[in-house]
Structure formats: structure tokens, C-alpha cells
Design a protein. Structure first.
Length: 411
């Protein structure tokens, strides 16, 4: 018989009585009343604390983690300024880091960030790597190497990301195609960075053309500035429908949405639902954010992302999605008990669906990607947003002390 792992006396969301959870062959094999599970090869005592699905981060610029010191604070000031009118200037300032990035340094920084993810129970990440004339495919190659290194502990989906544009940055289209040959999983774009609406539409078209050619999902950073006239989210959704990519496109940021008039927003939400476009918001990294609760009410899948870790756009971050949820609860004013359930969904099951993970729910027969959080309720878990007591990834117990040492996090 294969080895089994038992989580005893576990609390479950929406269930009053404690349970025992048996994990075998990488899946949840049984969930029975506490005390009912047989002995296992490895036993974890949850001691009444919640056990839930592990955390999923749909948005992380993994190629830029821990680069803030190299750039200073100029981009932070532009990106976080009132109204986000200088967001494009922030991107152009931040691009300077790519002139001197060393692959070995990027590997070490990325390794630390992924060890943090493992320590904090974040087992799946969609990670972006810039692809352009300055970065070439360097970031993609680094992230592909990290993906292989952390396979089975933290699953990484590598996004080849045209951060500086496609039309305005000649050669990027070819680099995106080359990135897919090198092993990137997702085609990424940022069409609002182009200078004209026609160029924005061409940017969207090229990204989907490459995605279709490689049978790959799409991730795009859209309308990430304080300009209510930006409409690239609409462009993305209509193109997804046109090429038959329904349910395979993820929209990041969409901050201009906060400024849209209600009639246009309502039409846009209906379009997103029709196209199966999910939205990931990072409200802690900028003063504007997507209209998360209204999107959810319209049936659109919404999630939260880490976005950045100590880079030109955000000074903090540690790949702790409970911390992101804690910040989101404040910034989105979601603190009542049903709202906390929604916030927690946005860092677990919602993002999993957004990036195509199947069976990311704590149910018998599903993959065992689980966390034992510190807290008997969601309010307690979010209050302290502490590292989980235990992390189970792909059915295996993560060595928390080993990843903690690699992540360099304090006690």
C-alpha cells in the first residue's frame, strides 16, 4: 500500500465539526469525522485550525523581484501618484533595471521568492517575464529554470510578457514566438502601453495569434492607468470571442475600470462573462483598482494577485497570499463574515480556476494541495496572516524549515 498522510482534527470552512483528512497518491483520499481516520505514515495535528485549499497567485513579476534597490523610488512615486496619471512614465523608469540584470542574480532572487511562496502555502503561481529588446528572452529562460527546480512544490506558469509593447518595440513579436519555443506556458501583453488605439488593437491581435498557434492561454495587463478612455479590456474580450479563446484569457489590473461610467461598465461586465475572461486585481499596488465586487456580482471570476515583491512598483511583498487577502479586505472594505469568505476564495479557488487548475477544492478525489492555517476561523487566519502550520503540495508535506531558510524569513 502506498504511503498516506493524515491531517487530524481539521476545521473546514462551512462545517461545524472537526474532520480527519487522508491524503494518498497525491489526492485527497478521504474526509471523515475527527478520530475516524486510520493511522498514516505521516500525521499532522491541525488542532482545530482550518484546513483549506492552498493559495494561488495569478500575478507575479518574478523576473523583477528584489530589484527596488537598483532603481530607487522614482517609479514608485509615479505609479502610486494620485490618479495614476504617470503610470506609463513609471513603466519606462522601471525598464532601466533590464539593462544590467544578471541571470544568476535573477535566479537567486527568484529562488528566494518561490521559497517564500512554499513557506506561506502558495503552491501555484502565474509568473511574468519581460520580453523585449532590452531583456531579450533572458527572463523567460530564468523562469523556465525556476519552474523546473520547484516542480512539485510550487508550480510556476511562465508568461512571456511584452512589457514595453509590441508595435512600439520592434522585434518583440519574434521574441514572444521564440519564448514559446523556449518553454513559456502563457502569452502575455500590455496593449494600453501602445500609442494609438489602432496599435493597441494590433498588440491584442498579435498576442492571441501567438497563443492560438501554441495552444496557450493569454494574460494581459490592461488599462493600468487613471484614464477612463482606455478600452483594451474590451478589446481583449472581443478578440477572445473572435478566435475561440473563451475561458482562456486572464485580465490583470484593469484599474481604469474604477473610472468608467456605470452604463459602460455594466456592458463590459456582460462581455467579460460571455468571453469567460477572469480578472485579477492587485489593489495594494496602486490607488485605483478593478470593481471587484461588482464584477463578481455579474458572474465574472475575480481573484487577487501579489503583483510585485520589492521592485519598482511595490516596496514590500513576500508571496504570502493571506497577507494580500488581508490588505484586500481593507482596501475593498470587505470585512463581514460572508465577505471574508469571498476574499478567501479570491486567493484560493477563484485564481485556480482563472489559470486553468482543475480540482483545486478540498474534496475527495482532488489533488491534495492544502494548508493548515493559523486560526479556527477565516477572521483569525486573516488577522495574523501567519505562515501555515503545514503545507501539502501535490500530496507531499513541504519541508517548512528548509524553505524558510531558503526564503530568509524571520521567526
Amino acid at each position: 500500500m502506498s504511503e498516506s498522510l493524515i491531517v487530524r482534527s481539521a476545521g473546514l470552512r462551512g462545517r461545524q465539526s472537526l474532520v480527519d483528512i487522508t491524503v494518498r497518491d497525491g489526492v485527497v483520499a478521504a474526509v471523515v469525522p475527527a478520530g475516524g481516520a486510520a493511522e498514516g505514515d505521516t500525521v499532522i495535528d491541525a488542532a482545530g485550525n482550518l484546513v483549506t485549499e492552498s493559495f494561488v497567485n495569478t500575478h507575479l513579476h518574478l523576473d523583477k523581484v528584489f530589484t527596488l534597490r537598483q532603481l530607487g523610488d522614482a517609479a514608485l512615486g509615479d505609479y502610486h501618484g494620485s490618479g495614476m496619471g504617470k503610470a506609463m512614465a513609471a513603466i519606462e523608469t522601471a525598464a532601466a533595471v533590464k539593462d544590467t540584470q544578471d541571470p544568476d542574480v535573477m535566479l537567486a532572487a527568484g529562488r528566494r521568492a518561490l521559497a517564500m511562496a512554499a513557506y506561506y502555502g502558495n503552491t501555484h503561481i502565474r509568473a511574468l517575464a519581460d520580453v523585449d529588446s532590452k531583456a531579450g528572452t533572458r527572463g523567460v529562460e530564468v523562469l523556465v529554470a525556476l519552474r523546473e527546480e520547484f516542480a512539485g512544490v510550487v508550480d510556476v506558469q511562465v508568461v512571456a510578457f511584452a512589457q514595453d509593447g509590441i508595435v512600439r518595440e520592434p522585434g518583440t513579436e519574434d521574441l514572444l514566438r521564440r519564448s514559446m519555443e523556449l518553454g513559456a506556458d502563457v502569452v502575455g501583453g500590455i496593449p494600453w502601453i501602445e500609442f494609438t488605439e489602432a496599435d493597441m488593437a494590433e498588440h491584442v491581435r498579435v498576442v492571441f495569434e501567438i497563443a492560438v498557434a501554441n495552444d496557450a492561454p493569454v494574460s494581459m495587463l490592461l488599462d493600468d492607468a487613471g484614464d477612463p478612455g482606455l478600452r483594451t479590456l474590451e478589446m481583449m474580450a472581443t478578440e477572445a470571442l473572435r478566435v475561440g479563446w473563451k475561458g482562456r484569457a486572464l485580465a490583470h489590473h484593469a484599474r481604469a475600470m474604477q473610472l468608467y461610467p456605470d452604463p459602460y461598465f455594466e456592458r463590459l461586465a456582460a462581455l467579460l462573462l460571455e468571453a469567460g475572461v477572469a480578472v485579477v486585481s492587485d489593489p495594494h499596488t496602486g490607488p485605483l483598482h478593478a470593481r471587484v465586487t461588482e464584477l463578481a456580482a455579474a458572474g465574472v471570476n475575480v481573484s487577487l494577485g501579489q503583483d510585485d515583491i520589492s521592485d519598482a512598483y511595490y516596496a514590500f511583498g513576500r508571496n504570502n497570499m493571506l497577507e494580500v487577502a488581508f490588505l484586500g479586505a481593507h482596501l475593498l472594505w470587505l470585512m463581514a463574515e460572508p465577505q471574508l469568505e469571498f476574499i478567501y476564495d479570491m486567493v484560493t479557488v477563484n485564481p485556480a480556476a482563472a489559470i486553468g487548475l482543475e480540482g483545486h477544492r478540498l474534496e475527495v478525489g482532488n489533488p491534495a494541495n492544502l494548508v493548515v492555517v493559523e486560526g479556527e476561523s477565516l477572521a483569525e487566519a486573516l488577522r495574523f496572516h501567519a505562515a501555515p502550520r503545514a503545507v501539502i503540495s501535490h500530496g507531499n508535506l513541504v519541508d517548512r524549515e528548509a524553505v524558510k531558510a531558503q526564503a530568509i524569513v524571520p521567526d
